[in-house]
Design a protein around this ligand. Sequence first.
Ligand code: ZN
Length: 488
Amino acid sequence: MLRTTLAIAVTFATPLAAQQADTAAYRAQARAEVARLKAERPRAGPARNVIVFIGDGMGVSTITAARIHQGQLAGQDGESFVTAMDALPYTALVKTYSHDGQVSDSAPTATAILSGVKARNATLGVGPEVATGDCAAARAHAVPSIFVAAQAQGRATGVVSTTRITHATPAAAYAHSAHRDWEAAVPAEAAAGGCIDIARQMIEGPVGSRLDVILGGGRRYFLPQSASDPEYPDIRGLRADGRDLVAEWRRRHRNGRYVTDTRGFAAIDTARPGPILGLFQPDHMQYEADRAGDVAGEPSLADMTVKAIERLSRNRRGFVLLVEGGRIDHAHHAGNARRALEDTIAMDRAVAAAVASTDADETLIVVTSDHGHAFSFAGYPPRGNPILGVVAGPDGKPYRARDEKAYTTLGYANGPGAHDHPRADPADEDTTALDYKQQALVPLGSETHGGDDVVARASGPQAHLFRGTIEQHSIHDVMAEALGIAGE
Ligand SMILES: [Zn+2]
């Protein structure tokens, strides 16, 4: 079915598609699409594997703009381009509010997706009873993620992210914390109350210590302040407790493999038993647009996804894998649309790789986002206008705003791209440059999340349950249904 979809896409997503398409071609396209929808049959059986992709901050405007960018970069028609995410057969609209926030952050939203309950902003792996920073409440109201039941069933488990592996989204798989920022240390009062930091939970916690694949960034959070980073000798570990958690992980897992660069990553033989820990940067991994310039080299999100699937699929009982495209969000916070779109494209490649290396009869693939951003896609640019460009008329000349200046198609309601009065004229700037910050209205140091719905798209067993408009924490229950985890 996916192949049919892609074949249609190839037919229409050719350069100059708008010029080539006439009435008959559009009608044929619509008929083919409806035929595909009618032929799609729900897969009712249990899933052996579940792969959940979270594009952090990947709202609908990001999805659309990234699709067009991806098509335009490939020399094809961007608007009608079909991405791997687009080709997934089932879709639901997802409400993203948190227990206490109209607009949420990644900690409660990842908790909703992975544990099935709404939590308060900045809290992780705990119920709504827990106020931010309340260690005692967090200990009393920890909520198990879907990884707990998956491990109890004997399934393999893995976490992959382009952020620090202790960052909110990946941490929601294995940690419980009254504050998402307790990554390498907790405040003295919380320590006295028995709360431990997220990095320690990854190494010694009941879920973290049993993860078969861990790939991401954040080495500093596992190394003592006395240690230098292997890739950047000037950067030191962050841990004030003097512990070397990487060494502790290696002692715990004598058959484990620890890698820090592309050479070590490529050398991993996934047929060999034992867990894999890859920490590729002292902090977050590079943006996809900057990855080629990394000192020691980093695998792409698609590379990490494939490696994880190869290792986890050795388990006959199946696996659960979380893959986060984590830096879409960071580029948006910086008001930098190009890096956000290119990280979205990198996640789409990872989705394509997962679809290609799994069987839709046994693997539920879910692609969703935790929240959107204050990112707008607007104006009346003509078909084929460069997505990172200024809005131009049919004659190629930029449209002018009331201040006689041009404006870009992509922009932000707030953030660092806010201009002092009067604003610059984007027609005089290279708005497609890698470091260009789109203009914004309200001046904020960091652009903010959005409160609009996101989408969940899916293929495989129980994927048809993704329809209509659903609560974010119901995503957990669909995955649990597919895995045969009843009433958790
Ligand atoms: Zn964010």
